[in-house]
Design a protein. Structure first.
Length: 364
């Protein structure tokens, strides 16, 4: 049984799959499966939470196999170019795959596919179309707000709701809007699965969803992931304030530099809480008072406190923007950060006395 593929396409497909296979006592589950038809070659792998397949053109017979050492074969394939000829041979109870490309080649033992898991069936309930690169960019912006240690399932992944791609946990939230999306029934997906969207590049994809799984696909690639089970759909409008009493803008770099300065002044035993009032961020620890000025676009009268670490995380979401808008409702209301199609929420810490600097100015 023989088939021929383009060596560069075969290597690219293998490379896309290398991070997927699961660590398992069953060896066949740690490897890449390869299926040939008369005109296609499909490579696939799974870790039982994520399933990824890449299909490339092929010419030849129909047969299938599982590599015995996918990582080694992937490295070897890097040195092949042009047409790659593959031939499966049976010798007694063992199978071998011969690969030839020009003057180079090799022979590799392979498994049969009888122990390979079956791809989960997906009864599609909703279908959407979006750009894979835009979704991945949004996921990268908001994933810092995912909380895997939280017992609430909705905090353990990235939520898709309407045009919002967002993550939320007990102290903060991060949101990136994709105008090309309009998700009617929200679903939540773990970040590691979504990071494999990079295999699609900057292409439009179809998104098929049901209660258990979501599949991202185009003509040649299919990525299926389990939705985070029992995740309660969160209402975006209930978390992100829709009204505010004050609004001002600042240069992101100015705020980041101010916070990093104050963070450097905090000892390991000190709480990373600071006070913000009208563009001045202040910290009082161990009898010392530290201040840093952040120019803002207009005067602000609301005094509030926050955790430096959470605010710095939120500001990384806007690393491509120069100006960020802050919106405030009250000293104890959520702190909203907005720039272009992205937004972040940081919850304040309660200040015991907003007007006095004391070493215990903030409570947990």
């Amino acid at each position: 049984m023989r088939s021929s593929v383009d060596a560069a396409a075969f290597y690219k497909a293998m490379t896309a799959l290398m991070d997927i296979p699961a660590k398992s006592p069953v060896k066949v589950l740690q490897e890449i499966k390869v299926e040939f038809t008369a005109d296609h070659c499909t490579l696939s792998a799974t870790d039982f939470g994520t399933w990824l397949s890449v299909t490339i053109p092929a010419v030849g017979d129909s047969f299938d196999l599982v590599f015995q050492n996918s990582a080694n074969i992937q490295k070897v394939c890097r040195h092949y170019d042009g047409a790659l000829e593959l031939e499966l041979q049976q010798r007694g109870d063992e199978s071998f795959l011969t690969m030839r490309s020009g003057s180079k080649g090799g022979e590799f033992p392979v498994y049969d596919t009888k122990d390979c898991p079956v791809w989960p069936e997906l009864r599609v309930r909703q279908t959407y179309t979006a750009n894979a690169a835009k979704i991945l960019a949004c996921v990268k912006q908001v994933k810092y707000a995912v909380d895997l240690r939280n017992t609430r399932p909705e905090y353990q992944g990235v939520l898709f709701q309407n045009k919002h791609i967002w993550a939320v946990e007990g102290h903060r939230a991060a949101c990136c809007d994709d105008g090309g999306l309009s998700v009617e029934k929200p679903f939540t997906v773990a970040v590691p699965a979504l990071e494999h969207l990079k295999v699609f590049g900057n292409t439009d994809i179809q998104i098929d969803v049901n209660e258990r799984c979501v599949t991202f696909r185009n003509e040649w690639i299919r990525l299926t992931a389990h939705c985070v089970p029992n995740a309660t759909p969160l209402i975006y409008e209930n978390i992100v304030p829709q009204k505010w009493n004050e609004e001002f803008c600042f240069h992101r770099k100015d705020f980041v530099q101010a916070l990093k300065y104050l963070l450097a002044c905090i000892g390991k035993a000190d709480k990373p809480y600071v006070r913000f009032h009208n563009g001045t961020v202040s910290l009082h620890v161990n009898g010392c008072l530290y201040k840093a000025a952040v120019p803002i676009s207009m005067e602000s009268s609301i005094i509030f406190g926050f955790d430096i670490r959470y605010m710095l995380d939120a500001l990384t979401q806007f690393e491509k923007q120069d100006m960020v808008t802050m919106r405030l409702t009250s000293s104890l209301g959520a702190i909203s950060l907005i720039a272009d199609s992205s937004s972040a929420i940081v919850l304040p810490v309660r200040l015991r006395d907003c007007l006095l600097y004391t070493s215990d100015a903030a409570d947990d």
